[in-house]
Design a protein around this ligand. Structure first.
Ligand code: GLC
Length: 399
């Protein structure tokens, strides 16, 4: 088993949702501590229905949900025995992680947890070696061992009380090497995948918001899980979010998944517990595209044949003897052409529409050498303008 080519929903949810600004509003907007921590006394997400979240993800073709059990603010979204700064001490009073875990189990979805190494609430959470820090909270300065024992206790709870966990998502590398934490996770959750932002190396790398059109066509050499949010300014709920275009999101997902990565697409539920429609609709629309790809994003084998492509720089993958040409950034015309190919195709199909495309092996006047048009496998009739808002994937079945 590898953590490869899985599509999942990232969920950033905490008391910060009440501000409608960003999950790190406390530090980034320099809020007063008492004012921030008092949000816990108002957190009462009466509309939280974990089934709605889980089914939104499942209907989009996703296989797992990764939930922020504890973000940098240190607020715990489960009923931890090691802190009072937790969901069961809010007016809502229920263990939302448990509710989400039960819902995932009911709907056949996997559950992952996110846990922040920085902690702006714990008296010994301050770690000057790492980033995303607030300030030392204790008069005694720092005591990494006390904080690490808190982390260990909480990890034990998370890995013992919420059923099988699929991945463990540490955040913000603490720059402290303590392999015993990942070992503890593995001893309680055999088969789990752990990311590379924790206290030792972990299993997979985590490029974040990392999408530059036209970059990188090679397969990843290490297990990778890319992540991005549906909006640009925040991971947690933001009232005036700058939402990404469908073109950008599908391009990013295609470019990462075609190269073998898993992909977490994030939403920020609001303080009522709902995933607001602006967020949910983007998951649905991306999911609609994703399902039309018919699993072509899950063929992680790189096709290294030298096709000599004209008309774009596709990522080329293979699965069951079929070849997939991925154009995450779309096509610049209604055709593309291959100078070389193993044999003539039996069929060429545009996965976005499910329709067959025409092809011919013919000389193309603009592609010439020594003054003569060279023959190309010319694949035509692609409605590239109509598909301008999504990544384009074309399947070729050879004879
Ligand atoms: C960044 C953000 C953090 C978010 C994380 C998700 O590290 O600073 O708030 O939780 O990305 O990967």
């Amino acid at each position: 088993m590898t953590h490869q080519n899985r599509f999942g929903m990232f969920v950033h949810w905490g008391i910060y949702a009440l501000t409608g600004v960003q999950e790190q509003v406390f530090a980034r907007m320099d809020m007063d501590r008492d004012q921030y921590e008092a949000l816990a006394k108002r957190f009462d997400p009466q509309k939280f229905d974990p089934d709605k979240w889980v089914l939104l993800a499942r209907d989009a073709g996703m296989e797992y949900v990764c939930f922020t059990a504890k973000h940098h603010d240190g607020f715990c979204m489960w009923d931890t025995a090691y802190s009072d700064y937790k969901i069961t001490n809010t007016p809502y009073g229920k263990d939302v992680l448990k509710m989400l875990a039960d819902s995932c189990a009911r709907h056949g979805m996997k559950l992952s947890v996110y846990y922040s190494c920085p902690d702006w609430h714990h008296p010994f959470g301050f770690n000057p070696a790492s980033s995303h820090q607030w300030k030392a909270l204790s008069d005694n300065g720092t005591d990494p061992d006390k904080y690490l024992s808190y982390v260990r206790d909480q990890v034990r709870e998370l890995c013992s009380n919420y059923g099988p966990l699929y991945t463990f998502f540490w955040d913000i590398p603490p720059k402290i090497d303590d392999p015993s934490l990942n070992e503890l996770i593995r001893s309680l959750q055999p088969g789990i995948f752990i990311n590379d932002r924790g206290y030792s190396k972990g299993d997979f790398s985590t490029p974040e918001r990392d999408y530059t059109p036209a970059s990188g066509v090679e397969a990843f050499t290490r297990m990778t899980e890319a992540c991005n949010s549906v909006g640009e300014q925040s991971w947690g709920y933001r009232k005036n979010e700058d939402f990404f275009t469908l073109r950008y999101l599908t391009g990013s997902i295609d470019r990462m998944m075609a190269r073998g990565a898993s992909y977490l697409l994030n939403v920020g539920p609001d303080a009522s517990g709902k995933i607001p429609e602006e967020y949910a609709s983007r998951i649905r629309r991306v999911g609609d595209w994703y399902k039309r790809m018919e699993g072509a994003l899950c063929c992680h084998e790189e096709d290294k044949f030298d096709y000599g492509v004209k008309g774009g720089v596709p990522i080329v993958t293979r699965k069951d003897g079929k070849t997939y040409f991925h154009f995450p950034d779309g096509l610049c015309s209604s055709a593309f052409s291959l100078r070389r190919f193993p044999c003539l195709p039996r069929s060429v199909r545009l996965l976005n529409t499910g329709k067959e495309l025409s092809f011919a092996y013919e000389p193309l006047p603009e592609f010439f050498s020594e003054g003569r048009a060279k023959p190309y496998l010319h694949i035509t009739g692609i409605p590239s303008d109509e598909l301008a808002s999504e990544a384009i994937v074309i399947e070729v079945i050879w004879r």
